[in-house]
Design a protein around this ligand. Structure first.
Ligand code: NAD
Length: 315
């Protein structure tokens, strides 16, 4: 297939593009190298892809570029690009979230519908669309009530996908990822920060009492869900969880065993953070044959090994 992967220099997009190349597909990657975290890290994410003859890169902003030209011969679109991060989505930076998460998604959908050859558009949605609820596990039919401006924009993107599917027959699939982790995880995410502090001998700063739970999903499982969404006939919205729902305290205990003991300082919970996430993945299992494969301990060990390499002086 001729694929377009947006957000290709990011955490999940770079892994997805590598897997697609491995499977024999051709990938045009798009990224605007947003400065939310260091460009060097994103360039590093692309290291393995750069030498691939079936990979090419367009450094453009989806919210302003001529997308029809970009899409001209693309059969499958994986839309991973977004301004991620719950906590910074308040205040003035919301404009950036609208630009990257809503406007960019609408422009991509519009270009895809008028272009005619797109067999599937897979959208990276988020568990943040559910908000702060005690109703767990979360089903695709559960109420959506985002608890952060970020979640509002991710839900808006998902609604746009559904609109283009219902009105114009564009085959869209929205995958609601639940906290993805593994090598290349964004530096603002909890595991990345925890591991980095442990390896540097610094204090781990945790927001809240640590009893909040997350359904952690290893990155290769999220990637596999995308591949299945491309290959199968299913359309619509699916939860993609990792089957490893644990509290942050338990995850930190596991990290202590893998990377070394942690000195923890607990602070106030942050605005926008939810108490629990837990995915019901029955729909994804039935429609996409999605089964998470990587248990938390194994996934954490892989992330720790990667962060150790990142910190090594020879790098
Ligand atoms: P990331 O920040 O590492 O990658 C996103 C990439 O998109 C960045 O490289 C950025 O430069 C690019 N980008 C942003 N706006 C763009 C634009 N207008 N034009 C072109 N490129 C643009 O984030 P990630 O963690 O890999 O997340 C990937 C996707 O998955 C996002 O849509 C995010 O909302 C979603 N998601 C991630 C998680 C998670 O746990 N990481 C959970 C739920 C949903």
């Amino acid at each position: 297939m001729r694929c377009l992967v947006t957000g290709v220099a990011g955490f999940i997009g770079s892994h997805l593009a590598e897997r697609l190349i491995e499977l024999g597909h051709e990938v045009l990657g798009v990224d605007r190298f947003a400065d939310y975290y260091a460009r060097d890290i994103k360039e590093g994410n692309l290291d393995r892809l750069r030498g691939e003859p079936r990979f090419s890169l367009a450094t453009v902003d989806l919210a302003t570029a001529d997308l029809r030209r970009l899409l001209s011969d693309r059969e499958v679109i994986f839309h991973q690009a977004a301004q991620a991060g719950v906590r910074p989505s308040w205040g003035l930076s919301f404009e950036g979230y609208l630009h990257d998460n809503v406007l960019a998604t609408q422009r991509l959908l519009e270009a895809a519908r008028t272009h005619g050859q797109v067999r599937k558009l897979v959208y990276a949605s988020s568990s943040s669309v559910y908000g702060d609820t005690e109703e767990v596990p979360m089903h695709e039919s559960s109420r959506t009530a985002p608890h952060s401006p970020y979640g509002v924009t991710k839900l808006a993107g998902e609604h746009l996908c559904e609109l283009y599917r219902r009105n114009f027959g564009l085959p869209t699939v929205s995958l609601r990822y639940f906290t993805v982790y593994g090598p290349r995880q964004r530096p603002d995410m909890a595991f990345h920060r925890f591991i980095s502090a442990i390896l540097r001998g610094e204090t781990v700063r945790m927001h809240g009492d640590g009893e909040q739970t997350r359904d952690f999903t290893y990155v290769s499982d999220a990637v596999q869900a995308n591949v299945a969404a491309m290959e199968g006939a299913a359309v619509g919205v699916f939860n993609i969880g990792g089957g490893s729902r644990v509290s942050l305290n338990d995850a930190l205990g596991m990290l202590g065993e893998i990377a070394g003991p942690a000195r923890v300082e607990r602070g106030e919970p942050q605005a926008g953070d939810v108490r629990h996430t837990w995915a019901d993945t029955a729909a994804a299992q039935a429609a996409l044959r999605y089964v998470p494969r990587v248990p938390l301990r194994e996934g954490l060990a892989a992330q720790v090994a990667w962060q150790k390499r990142m910190l090594a002086p020879s790098r």
